[in-house]
Design a protein around this ligand. Structure first.
Ligand SMILES: NC(=O)c1ccc[n+]([C@@H]2O[C@H](COP(=O)([O-])OP(=O)(O)OC[C@H]3O[C@@H](n4cnc5c(N)ncnc54)[C@H](OP(=O)(O)O)[C@@H]3O)[C@@H](O)[C@H]2O)c1
Length: 315
């Protein structure tokens, strides 16, 4: 291992984290260590060092110090108070560590500045931790990565590490239908997970300094527009149904106390979508693209569909 490489620690690497892990492994500026509750063959087969942890402060701190990590990336997928507890442990471990002074919490949402409480289960988990970061980071640099929807959900499942979410995403490739939330004209944005990962790698190497929120985007548009793109690419019409906005809002209002039920969270994602909250702000996104991501590509849906057609395995 080259002495000048920085070590990046990745915690709770599930679907999204695998893209980042692969790109960091391929980049000779970095060493990679994974912090996880267990050992997974995906990492061992790639010779990625795994440090088993209970995600407590003491456990994470000892791993950061042992590995001399400079940056901690979290991909934790929890939508209850454990999200806050574990991220507080990540932050306090960074504050106490000798070397790890950068933290990227697990976000991957939309325009969180205009819509901090969408989806609602982010409002009760990510949003309180965002407020903690603002006052308690104590010398730790942090940024929140926001990308809108992952574009991977337009692809057959074997083309991405992202697991399909047919209850949340309007287009269902298996039964070739679209259940459009709202009118279908609400503004959205989508970004390929692989390209979000490359932006994260660029930020790991960055020396300009991180902004509190970093936006990335492959395409802005509406579901009515992207359904047309799919129909034209596959030369096949997609049968569509539309769920009226009031139906979504009434359901959410009646189920606010059930926000740990997956079916309710799925409708809260519908609300995220019809509120236009998945749409990342264009001006800031393009400014940050120029500042940080001059060497990154952010593909449109049409480009991604074309790319996936020619690729074996994940894009
Ligand atoms: N914008 C979008 O379209 C979109 C879509 C999907 C996800 N997301 C967001 O992206 C982030 C990453 O999502 P993902 O799909 O990559 O996550 P994921 O694969 O479902 O899970 C990531 C990791 O979280 C850890 N984890 C899960 N349950 C846990 C528990 N009960 N206790 C402790 N750790 C637990 C696991 O790590 P270990 O087993 O290694 O401990 C898991 O591998 C999340 O914040 C998610 O909300 C956004």
């Amino acid at each position: 291992m080259a002495a000048s490489r920085q070590t990046i620690a990745l915690a709770a690497v599930g679907s999204m984290g695998k893209f980042v892990c692969e790109d960091l492994l391929a980049d000779d500026r970095f060493n990679v260590v994974v912090i996880s509750r267990g050992r997974d063959e995906w990492f061992t087969s790639r010779n990625v060092p795994i440090h088993v942890s209970d995600y407590s402060h003491d456990s994470v701190l000892s791993i950061l110090n042992e590995t001399n990590a400079t940056t901690l990336l979290s991909f934790l997928n929890l939508n209850d108070e454990r999200y806050i507890t574990i991220h507080k442990a990540f932050l306090s471990a960074c504050i106490a560590s000798q070397s790890c002074k950068r933290l990227m919490p697990s976000e991957y949402c939309g325009n969180i500045e205009a819509h901090p409480a969408r989806p609602r289960f982010y409002g009760t988990t990510r949003e309180p931790f965002r407020q903690i970061l603002k006052t308690e980071a104590d010398g730790v640099e942090w940024t929140l990565i926001e990308n809108g929807w992952f574009m991977d959900y337009f692809l057959p499942k074997e083309k991405s590490y992202m697991r399909p979410v047919p209850d949340e995403f309007p287009i269902n490739l298996d039964d070739w239908t679209a259940r459009v939330r709202g009118t279908g004209d609400e503004p959205q944005s989508w970004t390929l997970a692989r390209e979000v990962g490359r932006a994260i790698v660029a930020l790991c190497a960055d020396t300009k300094g991180w902004e509190p929120v970093t936006y990335v985007c492959g395409q802005w548009g509406t579901y009515n527009e992207v359904i047309k793109t799919m129909e034209s690419f596959y030369n096949r019409p997609i049968p569509k149904t539309y769920t009226p906005p009031d139906e979504i809002r009434d359901y959410v209002a009646a189920n606010l106390d059930n926000d740990q039920v997956y079916a309710v969270q799925a409708v809260m994602c519908d609300e995220w979508s019809i509120d236009g909250a998945t749409e990342v702000p264009k001006e800031t996104t393009l400014r940050q693209r120029e500042k940080y991501f001059a060497n990154c590509k952010f593909s449109t849906l049409e480009e991604v569909l074309g790319m996936a057609k020619g690729v074996r395995g994940v894009v």
